[in-house]
Write a protein that binds this ligand. Structure first.
Ligand SMILES: *Cc1c(COP(=O)(O)O)cnc(C)c1O
Length: 803
């Protein structure tokens, strides 16, 4: 081992290991080295962090607050040192200590405080906010277990707690001094002057836990502030001493249940009340913190909209609208109408879904019992809203019922999307098509009333994590071809297109892709004992398992392909590897069955010698950010095949294209804009459009006839339905297949033939490797616009007024 003290950084890491981790170099295990490295890097980040806060304060700058129930941040070490530009230095320092940086990066827990795209968007946005040097805070919940860890047992999903905090979390700072009282239930009383006083029946303390977020080139460090819950009386000593040991701790257990797990957003099961409690808990703590900071720095609460822009990431924090109103009216004694103007000027709201079952609404009795004062405020806002609406010509009873914050059809419910819409000055969708559909569907009546509120901000991804860090080989190739401008401005990637036809560049591109595939193959051999051929076409669908995302369409096409290869072995088949990964919400029966089907098909296909090496299928367990970082750089084909009109944007689609995979996809979400940017000749589009889907659903769609008319599809559906892939339980997929015959809401049958034909076009293209590589390079060059820096710049200029 070289002398570590010759390297000042190595000396510091060693010192940290001894004095803060409490181990010497001989006894240190990889986790100890990881902690020592993080703590050392963190020390350097803290200086930048404090300077960032001081600068924003001195400038009296307006701050951006991003409220999100999910932050899918993944691992942080590689990101932090890469953004600080210190990867070579840290690698060398650790090497001098006999430690491999890549190895300890790999054992850092993946912070899975989110479900999927919405949570990952929040994480990319935090990084871009720091990169653009905008003072910003992310606010969310510090889940002790977060999203579940997925294991696959005999093909079935098994959900286990994610213990990401088991070794502590060296990134975070607990701020006991930043703690707020959050109440639930109880009574509301008004005095003669009309001042309202809410006396909650119970309360917890929200305590801030801060994580630094480093922007590109370390220019700015922002704060991700996640709330944890503490009971006011963590232990009732009287009860404890009287012998009731468990009862004495009940308060803390109840408080902790607020921050225990993340409920998958589209789960429809129980836990409803706890979920509303979680939403209010973090919204209230965040709004109290924002108001406290504003008053401390600027004195007058009336100037809040000049100094604070609060963005609601979907409706999960929508109760924040009522919470700010409560603080303004009850605590700061501002008149209701004036408070309403302040509130609207402060909030922006991002909508993420048009699926009716995912639009949050709360049973009115539950909302009123838990948040009695907020219920009054919601009624008062609603009265104002409906009075205004009545004055507008053409607003009839039907429109009033649609606009109202209370859904009066059936069981009365509070509509959080309507509350967010009226409480915000800006309401944005996340891709052009989605924004148009918002205007036509969920918010049609509100849009007629407030025609300037809805705007579009197409999602983006950070190129730091999703290109520079996960694909250093491709990054180096691009630098050699076009220089370094794209490192700071992703739109400069467009120059890479000039090299698309260059045989030498193509060869290097192919070598990079192959190396990434070999690395993935090695990884999968380790985790699942699977042998894959890196020269096959890697065809990848990784995302939450949901019927609208149509993993089933892909699986049925796989079954059809399997049939075809066996029936026509003489044809020129291109070897393919079909990779799937994703979690199903724990209460989502069909999604879990689709996971089982993918595994059943994989087992059958992979063990059939008659397909030779031509087709392999794998379902990779526990999809998360770290797994995505390994799979995406190794992908050749990106499956983005949702039922048109149902995927708000997608961001997986952007990551794949940026890493040189071709997309096979429908005209849905951001796929449409991706096609525009990479060129229609460099993407494989198939299937119904959103308008066609709507028309078919309107009537006249007979899936049974469609299935019977397609030989390939009928054979595949019959094989699955009759138990060919589930001989141990032949009826396992009967209901799932009957669903296709009976209603096929997601248009799997309607799109099948077009999809299968598109896959054969892919085969033909892959057979012409120079053409394929040129198209892949054009994809990389074309998607710079989908950088989250561009997205954040648009929010900053057009919604927040901070640029
Ligand atoms: C990007 C990402 C997503 C979103 O993927 P979509 O294909 O857009 O649904 C979900 N999960 C993880 C871990 C991601 O990195």
């Amino acid at each position: 081992m070289p002398n570590a003290t010759e390297d000042p950084l190595a000396a510091r890491i060693l010192d940290t290991l001894i004095h803060r981790v409490g181990k010497d170099a001989k006894a240190a295990r990889p986790h100890d080295w990881l902690a020592a490295t993080i703590l050392t890097v963190r020390d350097d980040i803290i200086d930048r962090w404090m300077a960032s806060t001081r600068e924003a304060h001195a400038a009296g700058a307006k701050r951006v607050y991003y409220l999100s129930l999910e932050f899918l941040i993944g691992r942080l070490l590689r990101d932090a040192i890469a953004n600080l530009g210190r990867t070579p230095e840290v690698t060398a320092a650790l090497a001098s200590l006999g430690v491999d940086l890549a190895e300890i990066e790999e054992i850092e827990p993946d912070a899975a405080l989110g479900n999927g795209g919405l949570g990952r968007l929040a994480a990319c946005f935090m990084e871009s906010l720091a990169t653009l040097e905008l003072p910003a805070y992310g606010y969310g919940i510090r889940y002790m277990n977060g999203m579940f860890r997925q294991r696959i047992d005999d093909g079935w999903q098994v959900e286990l707690p994610e213990t990401w905090l088991a070794h502590g979390n060296p990134w975070e700072f607990e701020r006991r001094e930043s703690a707020y009282f959050v109440g639930f239930g109880g009574d509301v009383a008004a005095n003669e002057a009309g001042q309202v006083h809410w006396s909650p029946a119970e309360a917890v303390e929200a305590v801030a836990v801060d994580t630094p977020v480093v922007g590109w080139r370390g220019k700015r460090v922002n704060t991700l502030r996640l709330w944890t819950a503490v009971a006011f009386d963590p232990i009732r000593l009287d009860q404890f001493n009287a012998g009731d040991h468990e009862g004495a701790l009940a308060g803390q257990v109840r408080a902790e249940s607020l921050v225990r797990v993340l409920y998958p957003a589209d789960s429809t099961a129980a836990g409803q009340e706890l979920r509303l409690r979680q939403e209010y808990f973090f919204s209230s703590a965040s709004i109290q913190d924002i108001v406290r900071r504003h008053v401390q720095y600027f004195g007058d609460i009336r100037t809040l909209p000049d100094k604070a822009a609060i963005q609601l990431n979907d409706t999960h924090p929508a109760v924040a609208v009522a919470e700010l109103m409560r603080l303004l009216v009850d605590h700061h004694e501002i008149a209701f109408d004036a408070a309403w103007e302040i509130t609207k000027a402060t909030f922006g709201y991002t909508n993420h879904t048009l699926l009716p079952e995912a639009l949050e609404s709360w049973p009115l009795p539950l909302f009123e019992r838990l948040l009695p004062r907020h219920m009054q405020i919601v009624y008062a806002i609603n009265a104002k809203l409906l009075r205004e609406a009545r004055k507008v010509e053409g607003v009839d009873d039907r429109a009033i019922a649609a606009i109202s914050l209370i859904d009066e059809g059936g069981e009365r419910r509070v509509r959080m999307a309507n509350l967010a819409f009226v409480g915000a000055h800006s309401v944005n969708g996340v891709a052009a098509l989605h924004t148009e559909l918002m205007k036509q569907t969920v918010f049609a009546d509100l849009h007629r009333l407030y025609p300037t509120k809805i705007n579009n901000k197409t999602n983006g991804i950070t190129p730091r994590r999703w290109l520079f860090e996960c694909n250093p080989g491709l990054t180096a190739l691009i630098r050699d071809c076009i220089g370094d401008a794209f490192l700071d401005d992703a739109s400069a990637l467009s120059a890479f297109a000039d090299h698309a036809g260059d045989a030498q560049v193509q060869e290097r591109f192919d070598a990079v892709k192959r190396a990434n595939k070999v690395a993935l193959v090695d990884h999968l051999k380790g985790v699942m004992g699977l042998r894959l051929d890196p020269d096959a076409l890697f065809d990848v669908q990784i995302k939450r398992i949901h019927e609208y995302k149509r993993q089933l369409l892909n699986i049925l096409e796989t079954v059809a392909l399997y049939d075809q290869i066996r029936s026509h072995p003489e044809r020129d088949w291109q070897p393919r590897v079909k990779l799937f990964a994703g979690k199903a919400a724990s209460s989502y029966h069909n999604a879990k069955l689709i996971i089982k089907l993918a595994n059943d098909v994989a087992r059958r296909v992979n063990s059939d010698p008659s397909v030779g090496g031509l087709l392999k299928v794998a379902f990779v367990p526990n999809y998360n950010v770290s797994l995505a970082e390994k799979i995406i750089p190794a992908a050749d084909l990106s499956e983005q095949i949702s039922t048109a009109g149902m995927e708000a944007s997608g961001t997986g689609n952007m990551k794949f294209a940026l890493n040189g995979a071709l997309t096979i996809g429908t005209l849905d979400g951001a796929n449409i804009e991706i096609r525009d940017y990479v060129g229609a000749d460099n993407i494989v589009i198939f299937g119904l459009t959103a308008d066609e889907v709507a028309a078919k659903r309107g009537g006249g769609y007979e899936p049974r006839a469609v299935i019977e008319a397609s030989r390939e599809l009928a054979q595949a559906v019959n094989a699955v339905a009759s138990g060919v892939f589930s001989p141990d339980d032949p009826n396992r997929y009967k209901d799932l297949m009957n669903g296709l015959y009976d209603h096929d809401w997601f248009m799997v049958a309607a799109d099948f033939d077009a999809y299968a034909a598109a896959q054969r076009r892919v085969d033909g293209w892959w057979d012409d490797q120079p053409a394929w590589r040129a198209a892949a390079i054009r994809n990389v060059a074309g998607v710079g616009w989908f950088s989250s820096d561009r997205t954040i710049r648009e929010y900053a200029e057009q919604i927040w007024g901070v640029m």
